[in-house]
Design a protein around this ligand. Structure first.
Ligand code: TRP
Length: 438
């Protein structure tokens, strides 16, 4: 049976070697196994919990997408998307929030760790804890359950979250399923061969310890100079080195075959100096990374290409999430089953066929909408700024408009900007040509 494997990565920083070996590499490998239907996504809703710097979130999202693609993720074969392009995830997250006991969230490790730290500092236990952090596991459950994943490749620190996703899934199935299981119960997939990577100082490699080795940033040079900073004992060249407990050796093992590791071990036992050992370690890691680094740099130089790949991925993913959320809405009583929203595919066709034509005259910048049969639907109000007019067209195309009905007129709004003033027939034709998403 084909197994669906799904995993997310939070774009809150620049990926380092630990992220690569611990998450990206095993996940990419798993994605090319036969009988695997892989889903990978950038967990950018999650990123907001910890990071309130918009530029960092945006930059990190690009870097992480480029990293995964460079690491061998094939967007033709897997479904690769950005969480925030799938609004159904948030809706599901709310439905799950309403079936999740608060007590379950009280036990979540990330929240408990924050409380412990606050207690140690003698401040309020919930100091600095936002609701995003508190309900983090529910959003993560929604990510997983939305696509009915069987297996979730994660690090050990995430096992509890997968258990919670199972709990929540069971509860929802039980409460609303009426004999039908909406959600598959997900299980973690831990790659036993991948230990948590040690950092420069031997503690777990982590941004918070400031002991990371960069993946692609800074190129070969930075990789080498960082490796030179790995802490070792003070044994001199010629003295036998103990590989037991040596994090330098541990790093080598993660990037080599058992034979290569055995040879390196023998050399260290024979007295290879730490300086030489670091050179060998650099070469080993760099051999694996350098073809990927080239790909990474090419992608980073062309962010539009990354964007395009993500949007295609989102469309694939929404073919699953849109019908499922309709079914769930019906199950919880939010909408009757025959009022299913227009599917993404159908909507897209309609959007494609309607078109805008913009022009300028003495009044300013205006545009007209034509429907599929090329009949004019409406003429917009005039705008001073062509950029603004362009942006409004984009939002209309995305169905991001509302209509307010005042007496016998229909005012079309994009956010709080009025774009047109229509009669009843025109507004009906607008809705047919460009269904509103709001
Ligand atoms: N919490 C995960 C992490 O920090 C990222 C993540 C978000 C995730 N949603 C997910 C992982 C769903 C697997 C499945 O690494």
């Amino acid at each position: 049976m084909t197994k669906r494997v799904l995993t997310g990565i939070t774009p809150s920083g620049t990926p380092h070697l630990g992220n690569y070996a611990g998450a990206i590499r095993p996940a990419v490998r798993a994605s090319i196994q036969p009988d695997t239907d892989a889903f990978f996504f950038l967990a950018d809703y999650h990123a907001l919990i910890k990071c309130d710097d918009p530029q960092r979130v945006a930059r990190s999202r690009l870097e992480i997408a480029a990293t995964w693609l460079a690491a061998g993720l094939d967007p033709e074969k897997v479904t690769f998307y950005r969480q925030s392009d799938i609004p159904e995830i948030l809706e599901l997250s709310w439905m799950l929030t309403c079936v999740t006991g608060k007590g379950l969230m009280n036990r979540a490790h990330a929240y408990k760790a924050a409380v412990d730290q606050n207690n140690a500092k003698g401040v309020d236990p919930d100091d600095g804890v936002n609701m995003g952090l508190y309900s983090y596991p529910i959003l993560m459950a929604a990510d997983i359950l939305m696509f009915n994943a069987h297996l979730v490749p994660v690090g050990r620190d995430q096992i509890q979250h997968i258990e919670m996703a199972r709990d929540v899934a069971q509860r929802f199935n039980h409460m609303y399923g009426q004999g039908k299981d909406f959600f598959t119960l997900p299980y973690e997939l831990i790659d036993e061969s991948v230990a948590t990577l040690p950092g420069l100082d031997g503690r777990k490699m982590s941004k918070s310890y400031d002991n990371t080795i960069p993946l692609f940033e800074g190129g070969e040079k930075l990789l080498q100079s960082t490796i030179n900073r790995i802490v070792t004992d003070s044994k001199q060249p010629g003295e036998p080195k103990d590989t037991e407990g040596s994090h330098l050796f541990e790093l080598f093992e993660v990037f080599s075959t058992p034979e290569q590791a055995a040879q390196f071990k023998a050399e260290l036992h024979d007295g290879l100096g730490w300086g030489e050992a670091k050179k060998k370690l650099f070469e080993r890691i760099n051999t694996e990374l350098s073809p990927m680094r080239e790909k990474y740099n090419a992608l980073m130089a062309n962010p539009d290409q990354i964007e395009e790949i993500l949007l295609v991925g989102a469309e694939k993913a929404r073919r699953i999430s849109v019908p499922l959320i309709a079914e769930l809405r019906a199950a919880v009583g939010l909408r009757s089953p025959n009022q299913v929203p227009v599917s993404v595919a159908e909507k897209k066709e309609k959007v494609k066929t309607a078109r805008f034509v913009s022009f300028r005259d003495e009044q300013g910048f205006q545009f007209r909408l034509f429907d599929a049969a090329d009949n004019e639907v409406f003429l917009s109000l005039p705008f001073d700024d062509p950029k603004q007019a362009g942006q409004l067209i984009k939002q209309l195309q995305a169905g991001q408009y509302t209509i307010s009905h005042i007496e016998d007129r229909y005012h079309v709004f994009v956010a709080d900007m009025q774009v047109a003033d229509l009669d009843q027939e025109q507004q009906a034709r607008l809705k047919a040509a460009l269904p509103s998403e709001i």
